[in-house]
Ligand binder design. Structure first.
Ligand code: FEO
Ligand code: CA
Ligand code: CA
Ligand code: CA
Length: 716
């Protein structure tokens, strides 16, 4: 195997491994074998025994950070962080520093970092401005900006009168603060910074022109005044988590887009019964988050009115209004960060739902490619997409043309988790698995309709309702897939099943949550390690819980003060094989702000069968499930605690593993409480990162180790 065979966009760990291996002369050891398999041929699948041995060699290299309610980023001794890019920071030469008092000119956000930093990926950049997966001192960082904390963007918060936004400039600023940033970053010593004058720097926003690509393009369901052929749309929104491709492009995923569309109750009379079923299933109905559609007068190109998904025109097909606009959101969007002029493409073959992210699985020459995806809402599904084309390493670096080949033609599946620990991938295809033209409550017309209404197709197929699927991550050493199920207060004792087995009452004083309050992390192994398999085996890797919770019913993974957590959300593997877990919590926040933990994972089946007792007034209901090995201080430790009222999300590393990029999202977000008064900074829950009386900001931080080593772990 040659080095050039690994053309994936994955960061490259060879430098660290090479250094360790040569220093310790372990060249004939199992670690060397495992590392060579990974580096040479993509993700390791065949040498599972070697991988297991290698896993044992990875050791956590930090002491656990205590839980904290402080308004600060806390790290273990021996680690430090610096601020890289905060909300409003300029990403182009000549743009003024961010004032952070609401006075910054709205249009300037087209050249500033957006708000609510979320999913993220690092693409190595070599000399000659070429993609170089091994580049360790220069790269392109793609960062999602999921939403805004509107109060802090404007001088006096949002100006609203009679249920309408009356400042078009405020709305323009909010619309530009959503989307994606592409920024060039470079390292000098251990210090990383954004190059403001880089030709690669780019903002993609809710204004950026996008192509609708794949099997649903040209569907009559995608026709709008903007694109009467149903082949284009304007903008991306609610960019939550992310993914990437082995040819070096970024995938940004549209999650909570449905709420932004305004569709008032009087529209129902103008819609077909099928449309109403679909709107209900996707939550398109209401006044519209942030009320963007209410700005009057609208512009000639419907800058604001396009957020109104009601029937406003007289056409039969929607070509004179935006009644179908919501169908052009909810997709996985491909962006080529190396080509700033390229038009992003919404890849419809991957289905439309509340996309958290799209995580690539093993990349093997001659095999199909796979992306795992979750739909983050209570009781929603886990999906995977398998390309029809088989991976040809010669396609690396071909940008959007490679995307056309691998992301526009493939099979979409939803997951069914069986009680016995097996699982099935159910193909979402018209005429199969109960997805029918005469289906009820929804009759599908064609495969485009199936993809546009993937949730309804997965309903028909009988996929398993999960406790809010958030991030997925694929173990680079064995191809096993992990996915967080953040929590589900609606999971009553009567609804538990093997894959979502807990329903309990949380001990939090004054705010007793019920259901699966703290969430869990599920994982699975594809049959025979093949990404195209339609069968898998699963277990529950970890149950989140407060350490004091009952170990028979709640704290099933035996968490302790060093590693207890709640509401896992972000999940990400370093190429070392270290698994990182990020939280987005509001249950255990009486005890700690949100956090980042590091885990050394085992593998599916390393625990055993377990009966989980659930009880309520109606009596006890036991459910049998499969669990991973209990956590210990050497397999799971808290690495970071964030500032007040933030979410920890987004992770990326430099290809040598010596810099870890982390997003601190919306510190002090809960600004709507009765005590909040924008004019009185002492009522802000957080002032991070600036401190003092400052308005809080989301930001990307970079963590390095004081001895220059790999973040979080060492190879023993
Ligand atoms: Fe944007 Fe499900 O988190
Ligand atoms: Ca999330
Ligand atoms: Ca979340
Ligand atoms: Ca959030």
């Amino acid at each position: 195997m040659s080095d050039t065979e690994n053309q994936s966009g994955n960061p490259d760990f060879s430098s660290i491994l090479d250094a360790r291996l040569s220093r310790r002369s372990l060249l004939k050891g199992s670690l060397a074998a495992a590392a060579a398999s990974y580096i040479g041929g993509g993700l390791l699948l065949s040498a599972a025994g070697d991988a297991k041995a290698a896993m044992r060699q990875l050791k956590l290299a930090f002491s656990a950070v205590p839980k904290s309610l402080a308004d600060a980023v806390q790290l273990p001794p021996g680690y430090s962080y610096s601020l890289l890019l905060a909300t409003g920071d300029p990403i182009a030469a000549g743009v003024a520093d961010y004032a952070n008092d609401g006075s910054d000119e709205a249009g300037s956000f087209a050249r500033r970092a957006g708000d609510h930093h979320d999913g993220m990926h690092f693409f190595g950049l070599g000399s000659g401005d070429q993609r170089d997966p091994r580049a360790t001192s220069r790269g392109l960082l793609c960062i999602n900006h999921e939403a805004v904390t509107a109060a802090f963007l404007h001088p006096k918060g949002q100006t609203i009168a009679d249920g309408r936004r009356i400042s078009d400039q405020e709305v323009l600023k909010e619309m530009l603060a959503h989307g994606v940033s592409v920024v060039e970053v470079e390292r000098s010593g251990r210090q990383w910074r954004v190059r403001r004058d880089s030709r690669f720097n780019r903002r993609i926003t809710s204004f950026t022109d996008m192509e609708l690509s794949g099997p649903a393009a040209r569907s009559r369901l995608l026709v709008t005044r903007y694109s009467q052929t149903g082949t284009r749309t304007r903008g991306t929104l609610a960019n939550c988590a992310n993914g990437h491709t082995p040819w070096g492009t970024y995938l940004t995923c549209e999650e909570n887009w449905a709420g932004y569309f305004r569709r008032l109750p009087d529209d129902d009379a103008r819609r077909s019964p099928r449309e109403l079923v679909a709107f209900r299933r996707y939550g398109v109905g209401g006044k519209g988050k942030e009320l963007w559609a209410t700005v009057q007068p609208d512009t000639a190109d419907n800058r604001y009115g396009r957020w109104d998904a009601g029937v406003r025109g007289t056409s039969a097909d929607g070509s004179d209004d935006y009644r179908n606009a919501a169908n052009t959101y909810g997709w996985v969007v491909e962006i080529d960060p190396f080509n700033p002029e390229s038009t992003p493409r919404k890849r419809t073959a991957l289905g439309r739902f509340a996309h958290e992210g799209a995580w690539p699985g093993p990349v093997v020459a001659g095999e199909p490619l796979v992306w795992y995806m979750g739909c983050d809402s209570r009781g929603e599904y886990i999906y995977k997409y398998v390309s029809s084309a088989r991976w040809d390493p010669a396609d690396a670096g071909k940008g959007m043309a490679a995307g056309d080949k691998y992301l526009d033609d493939g099979k979409l599946y939803a997951a069914r988790f069986n009680a016995d620990g097996s699982g099935d991938w159910l193909e979402l295809k018209l005429g199969m698995n109960g997805i029918m033209r005469d289906g009820s409550p929804y009759a599908f017309t064609d495969q485009a309709d199936v993809l546009i209404h993937a949730r309804l197709a997965a309903d028909a197929a009988g996929a398993t309702k999960m406790d809010r699927p958030e991030w997925g991550a694929v173990n680079p050493r064995n191809g096993e897939v992990y996915m967080t199920l953040t929590h589900n207060q609606n999971r009553g004792p009567e609804q538990v099943d093997a894959a979502n087995p807990r329903s309990y009452t949380d001990a939090r004083a004054g705010k007793q949550g019920k259901g699966n309050v703290n969430g869990h992390i599920i994982r699975w192994a594809e049959q025979d390690g093949r990404v195209a398999a339609t069968r898998f085996r699963w277990d529950v890797f970890l149950f989140a819980a407060r350490e004091s919770a009952d170990r028979e019913r709640v704290n099933l993974s035996a968490l302790t003060a060093e590693n207890d957590f709640s509401s896992p959300d972000g999940l990400w593997f370093s190429q070392s094989g270290l698994l990182w877990i990020e939280t987005d919590d509001s249950a255990y926040t009486d005890t700690s702000n949100c956090m980042l933990l590091a885990a050394i994972p085992g593998q599916v089946g390393d625990g055993g069968k377990r009966d989980v007792p659930n009880s309520d007034a109606g009596g006890e209901r036991r459910v049998s499930t499969q669990v991973g090995a209990e956590a210990t201080a050497s397999t799971l430790r808290r690495f970071l605690v964030g500032p007040v009222d933030c979410e920890i999300t987004g992770l990326a590393e430099s290809p040598d593993g010596r810099a870890l990029f982390v997003n601190i999202q919306h510190p002090g977000e809960t600004t709507k409480g009765e005590d909040f008064n924008l004019a009185n900074p002492s009522t802000y829950l957080s002032h991070w990162p600036a401190g003092g009386q400052a308005r809080p900001r989301s930001a990307t931080i970079v963590i390095t180790r004081d001895d220059g080593g790999m973040i979080g772990a060492d190879f023993a």
